[in-house]
Design a protein around this ligand. Structure first.
Ligand code: NAP
Length: 244
């Protein structure tokens, strides 16, 4: 089991959904959590709530569409904590639209947040992990990184790209004792899936994964030590097709 008490954990998309649950879980494990997103008010609310419960997390405003914002968030983290031990690339956006109707702006936004932002942030954080010869990078992928779904071309493209990015990065940093993993869920009950649930008429909430279940998967990966490592952890809805 990993002792999180001496670990600085940088979590993107910490303002809601899976990321918010990650912030709570890792803060309660004693990690020094940096919670990032655009909605700084929401982050402050979460960090204050944790503080009232006797735990610590630090809010930093981050827009993954902006290289300047990413570099600023990393610089702030380094000035406060000196390093990043664990990076969780959780933030993501979805734009539901058939290719024929999708605007270039919508496509760019999805790619900018889901893969370009992940690339820039990871590149900025890597020197600190390399210097310590220890690090873990967990990115939240999706079943959309393994197969196609109608009206999700940009999202599927971005999550397939994340898989390719992760595969290459894992090779490059293995010698630096940095483990790189994707946790790939199916449909999760968050704001992101709301439109999808309605448009599919798939509104039985009990059949959707919960943020807690995804966080349990991330914690499994973060707690792995020694000779064992997980490259990809697929978490599908029991009601969905097996082995897809
Ligand atoms: N929900 C699902 O069905 C599902 C399934 C498979 C995989 N996933 C993946 O799980 C991850 C988390 O999704 P979720 O379901 O928790 O979604 P969510 O509830 O919609 O939360 C998305 C998070 O990303 C942040 N974010 C969005 N745009 C951003 C930007 N430009 N810069 C920085 N942060 C940004 C949001 O914060 P702000 O708005 O405050 O910036 C929010 O905290 C994503 O990578 C998603 O692709 C979700």
């Amino acid at each position: 089991m990993t002792d999180f008490k001496d670990k600085v954990v940088f979590i993107t998309g910490g303002s809601r959904g899976i990321g918010k649950e990650l912030v709570y879980t890792l803060a309660k494990e004693g990690a020094q959590v940096v919670a990032c997103a655009r909605n700084i008010d929401k982050l402050i609310e979460i960090c204050n709530d944790l503080s009232e419960q006797g735990f610590k997390a630090y809010p930093i405003k981050l827009d993954l569409e902006s290289e300047e914002s990413i570099k600023g968030a990393v610089a702030k983290t380094i000035s406060l904590f000196g390093t990043v031990d664990i990076l969780i690339n959780n933030a993501g956006v979805q734009e539901l639209s058939p290719v024929s109707d999708m605007s270039t702006e919508a496509f760019d936004k999805v790619m900018n947040v889901n893969i370009r932002g992940v690339f820039i942030l990871t590149r900025e954080v890597l020197p600190y992990m390399k210097a310590k010869k220890w690090g873990k990078i967990v990115s939240i992928g999706s079943l959309s990184g393994r197969r196609g779904y109608p009206e999700q071309a940009a999202y599927c493209a971005s999550k397939h790209a994340l898989v390719g990015f992760t595969k290459c990065l894992a090779y490059e940093v293995q010698k630096d004792n940095i483990g790189v993993c994707i946790v790939a869920p199916g449909g999760v009950l968050t704001d992101m899936s709301k439109d999808l649930r309605i448009s599919r008429g798939d509104t039985n909430e009990a059949a959707w994964l919960t943020p807690t279940q995804i966080v349990e998967g991330v914690m499994f990966v973060l707690n792995q030590e020694g000779a064992c490592f997980t490259d990809e952890l697929v978490l599908r809805r029991f009601a969905s097709e097996p082995w897809r």
